[in-house]
Design a protein around this ligand. Structure first.
Ligand SMILES: [Fe+2]
Length: 239
């Protein structure tokens, strides 16, 4: 097993737009394990007005799924996180010092509106770092400001970890996202890559994104983006 770490996925059932049942969840986890992932972070959405599963319900689902997965795929380790939308709920949680982090640690995953860049985002991320936490930006390739100007990614990447979606590297889907994701990886601006799996059918595109990294940049880059850097991020370090 390659022992990759997946920092972004939606396999916990019944919480957001990811898995609908334990059976679907299991086939997603199995697909990721077959690609070489040994450590899977479940990151259900926390998105005000859209997906607001209470955190105690998320924890309960995670515990049940962990139990079920351990029985059939004991080699896979599950960790709990969240994909936090950059909204008032996250702002309040940050103020209280309790954003939903990976595995109760110092790093947390977030996404922003694809329409409008939050004003003074870089400063906010700087303050978060100074406060001892590491923000991890999901799919930077999706945001028009980053698509237009790689310098935006460079600025954000000095304060937060940038986590591209593997499927965006695969060559299928939105052309601008593909071009941007590949550029971020080729220019060393992306710190890590992740599955962002929502459905078992996402498997082939995720595997093909992994294969693209290996073919284009070699096995060392795969190890850096899927294993070494994600492990540093989980410790709260910006790679
Ligand atoms: Fe996601």
């Amino acid at each position: 097993m390659a022992h990759y770490v997946d920092l972004h996925s939606h396999f916990l059932p019944g919480l957001d737009d990811g898995a609908e049942s334990f059976a679907t969840c299991l086939s997603m986890v199995r697909a990721l394990a077959e690609m070489g992932f040994s450590d899977l972070c479940a990151t259900p959405h926390q998105f005000a007005g859209m997906f607001e599963p209470p955190l105690d319900q998320v924890r309960l689902t995670f515990d049940q799924v962990s139990h079920g997965i351990a029985a059939v795929l004991p080699e896979v380790r599950l960790l709990l996180g969240a994909e936090n939308y950059w909204d008032d709920v996250l702002a309040a949680r940050l103020r209280q010092g309790e954003p939903p982090c990976y595995d109760g640690g110092k790093a947390f995953l977030f996404e922003i509106s694809p329409l409008v860049m939050p004003p003074r985002l870089e400063e906010a991320l700087f303050d978060i770092r100074v406060g001892g936490r590491l923000a991890v930006l999901a799919h930077p390739e999706r945001y028009p400001a980053v698509q237009r100007d790689p310098a935006v990614a460079e600025g954000l990447g000095r304060q937060a970890a940038l986590l591209v979606d593997l499927a965006a590297l695969s060559g299928t889907g939105d052309r601008t996202e593909i071009r941007t994701a590949r550029r971020l990886v080729e220019e060393g601006l992306a710190h890590a890559a992740a599955s962002d799996i929502h459905d078992p059918e996402d498997g082939p595109a995720i595997a093909s994104g992994l294969a693209w990294i290996e073919k284009r940049l070699g096995a060392e880059a795969v190890k850096r983006l899927l294993s070494d850097n994600p492990r540093r991020i989980l410790k709260g370090q910006l790679p």
